[in-house]
Design a binder for this molecule. Structure first.
Ligand code: GDP
Ligand code: MG
Length: 673
């Protein structure tokens, strides 16, 4: 039945209270319903009311009083809210519950409590107590609404109500060290004015003291005063139905106590504030209601800490979500593709600062102990996550620095005039600078990050590459040296062995010495380039001497291979036997002593074999090379073994016999003519 429903207030235009020109009603929320369930929409309503970002810049006022004393009517006129009012014609009860709305034009949450008047109806006072507990824990100012004619009726319903409020208050705040006061604004309705307000207030104060004295107080609080917990304010309002204009005027005056901080009676003094940040109000209110329902001890400091923990986690999680969104684009390039981003440090710091700022902005309003602890946790977590990127980047820098070093080295070693030590030092400097500058730029303040281990590894890599390159270049140099030795030795040795004079070996040794000295010159030049140690130079020189000797000996062996040796012998023999002292071919005559000629030439020639067979050092008595495990200098002096000498002698003799026969035959043929 439509008519049985409580009418919605119209904020009718004929009212002089039309102070807010926005006619759209502010939505109200049944924050606790008739089944005592707490709404899950409060957070959304706080947003819709524009209060979630208000921080501490909002206030809460609740109203308390017997049923149908015009509480909702008053709130709607005072705050422009739209709580359900009871129809004047159809006195029908409104739904039980706790309602919340925002005041128009003020950062004020207004709480309206609807309940059965259990006291008058003899019902239980359970809901009254619960709602009192709830509004005391969450509001700064409680409006106590009562009729003028109830004042002084100590046994009246109001007194029972006030008793409940006081008891609840003691229960709530007994554990609180610094006592938060609550302001009780007592509004006397249908105030006629015959009895001055001050007199009424005094009567009420006396009653309140009496009630306070009658309370059984918790241990340790036996002597506490009512004024330690409450401040009081008294005001009267004319009869709304009979004196509507006067009522409206007084309501306007009353409103300034709520929205004008300069009003001497301004109610929202800072010391009443419950210090619940607006973005946590829904969580706090809901957990308070939970406690109220389960009838557990409601300890507000603990509640505030729980709230701080819950909200700080929420705020931190939200900040992390943004943080992750911001850092994700760097994941693939740094952690998968191995790229280096020299802006990464700046970027990470920016992202970290942003996350912390967004955390601080909201979380710093909560319990400081909890906030600081959660902030440290968050800082650590941020640094751990960012540390992964740091390590990734340092890794990538390491790899890139190695590549840079290697490539540069190769490029610079292509220039044949390179100085190896200098090349290494330039390349090292460049690659090291690249790494260190990159690493420094990636560091963040207030972290325990370090790149020294990676730098050590990098130095090792550089060492390894350098030493490999050095070995390669050394080998190249030695090859070149060997080539130089070979070419330098080839001609003189061939020449000397083809004209085996008496001092043939002396000249060969001379060629050896000058080749070694040329090699030494080249070596000393390279030694500077390779920054060689004295030890190393000494070793290289002795290697050079040995190698040159080996090359020389090989050349000698080549020149004295069987065929070439026989050829040399034949040449010498022919020179002696077939040509005269003027170099002209001999024509044998019958009177010529061919036999002794032949013998002389052959013996002379055969003596060469002895000369070739061993390196003769008689003219170089000091010449000597050091022997070692695989190099026996003395042995290398032997060129032709005994067996080889005999073999060559035999073969040459046989060959020379042909010349003898040919000479004999030529005489016979000339005589025969
Ligand atoms: P609540 O139950 O305390 O919220 O009371 P309501 O605001 O719903 O009003 C209950 C009844 O009291 C309604 O019929 C109102 O018209 C009436 N009423 C409102 N204000 C006044 C007032 O100042 N004096 C009197 N006598 N009646 C009022
Ligand atoms: Mg009401």
């Amino acid at each position: 039945n439509e008519k049985n429903k409580p009418t919605e207030p119209t904020n009718s235009t004929n009212s002089i209270l039309d102070w807010d020109h926005d006619l759209a009603p502010i939505p109200r929320l049944q924050v606790v319903d008739e089944h005592q369930i707490f709404s899950d929409k409060l957070s959304q309503y706080m947003k819709d009311w524009g209060l979630s970002d208000a921080g501490f810049k909002y206030d809460v006022v609740a109203v308390f009083g017997s049923q149908s004393t015009g509480k909702s009517t008053l709130l709607n006129r005072l705050f422009g809210t739209s709580f359900a009012e009871m129809d004047e014609n159809q006195r029908k009860q409104t739904t039980k519950g706790i309602w919340l709305s925002r005041a128009k034009g003020m950062h004020v949450l207004v709480m309206d409590v609807e309940g059965t008047d259990g006291r008058e109806r003899g019902e239980d006072q359970d809901f009254e107590r619960k709602s009192a507990l709830f509004s005391m824990a969450t509001s700064e100012v409680i409006i106590i609404n009562l009729w003028e004619h109830q004042v002084g009726l100590y046994q009246g319903a109001n007194m029972g109500l006030l008793k409940t409020v006081f008891e609840v208050n003691l229960q709530l705040f007994q554990n609180q060290k610094s006592k938060e006061k609550t302001l009780l604004l007592i509004v006397i309705r249908d105030f006629v004015g015959a009895t001055p307000l001050d007199n009424l207030a005094n009567t009420l104060k006396a009653d309140l003291e009496k009630i306070w004295a009658s309370l059984s107080k918790p241990e340790g609080l036996e002597d506490c005063k009512i004024t330690q917990y409450f401040d009081f304010m008294f005001t009267g309002l004319p009869h709304k139905i009979l004196l509507p204009d006067k009522f409206d005027q007084e309501v306007i005056k009353l409103r300034s106590r709520f929205n004008d901080p300069k009003d001497p009676n301004f109610v929202f003094r800072p010391e009443y504030h419950k210090r619940i940040p607006a973005d946590g109000y829904h969580v706090y209110a809901s957990s308070i209601w939970d406690k109220v329902l389960t009838n557990k001890d409601l300890d507000l400091p603990t509640q505030q800490q729980l709230l701080a923990q819950y909200r700080c986690d929420e705020i931190s999680n939200a900040a992390f979500e943004v943080f992750n969104e911001r850092i994700t684009p760097y994941k693939s390039p740094i952690l998968e593709k191995g790229q280096v981003n020299l802006e990464l440090g700046k970027v990470m710091k920016g992202i970290r600062d942003e996350a912390l700022e967004s955390f601080d902005k909201s979380a710093s309003r909560y319990d400081q102990g909890v906030y600081q602890k959660k902030r440290l946790e968050m800082y650590a977590k941020l640094n751990i996550q960012l540390g992964v990127y740091f390590v990734g980047q340092i890794n990538n820098l390491h790899k890139k620095a190695v590549i840079m070093f290697d490539e540069n080295l190769r490029k610079q070693l292509k220039d044949p005039t390179y100085n190896f030590a200098q090349v290494i030092s330039t390349c090292l400097k460049q690659a090291n600078e690249y790494f260190i500058n990159g690493a420094k730029a990636t560091m963040l303040p207030e972290t325990d990050w370090s790149y020294s281990r990676e730098q050590e590894l990098l130095t090792e890599d550089f060492k390894e590459i350098s030493s490999k390159a050095r070995t390669t270049e050394f080998k190249k140099m030695n090859k070149a040296l060997e080539k130089q030795i070979e070419t330098e030795l080839a001609d003189p040795i061939a020449l000397e062995l083809n004209q085996p004079t008496n001092d043939m070996w002396h000249k060969v040794i001379g060629a050896y010495k000058s080749t070694v000295s040329d090699g030494e010159k080249l070596l000393s030049k390279k030694a500077k380039s390779f920054d060689s140690s004295k030890e190393e130079i000494k070793k290289s020189v002795s290697e050079l001497k040995k190698r040159t000797w080996i090359v020389l000996r090989k050349k000698v062996d080549d020149e004295l291979a069987d065929n070439l040796l026989l050829l040399k012998l034949r040449n010498r023999f022919e020179e002696k036997f077939r040509y005269d002292e003027h170099g002209l071919p001999k024509v044998w005559k019958p009177q010529d002593d061919i036999d002794s000629h032949f013998k002389k030439a052959r013996d002379e020639t055969l003596s060469l074999i002895k000369r070739f067979s061993k390196v003769d050092l008689s003219r170089d008595p000091d010449f000597k090379l050091e022997s070692d495990e695989d190099f026996d200098f003395e042995r290398t002096l032997t060129v032709l073994s005994e067996a080889k000498q005999i073999d060559i002698t035999t073969r040459f003799k046989r060959e020379s016999d042909a010349f003898f026969l040919e000479a004999k035959r030529s005489v016979v043929s000339t005589t025969a003519k």
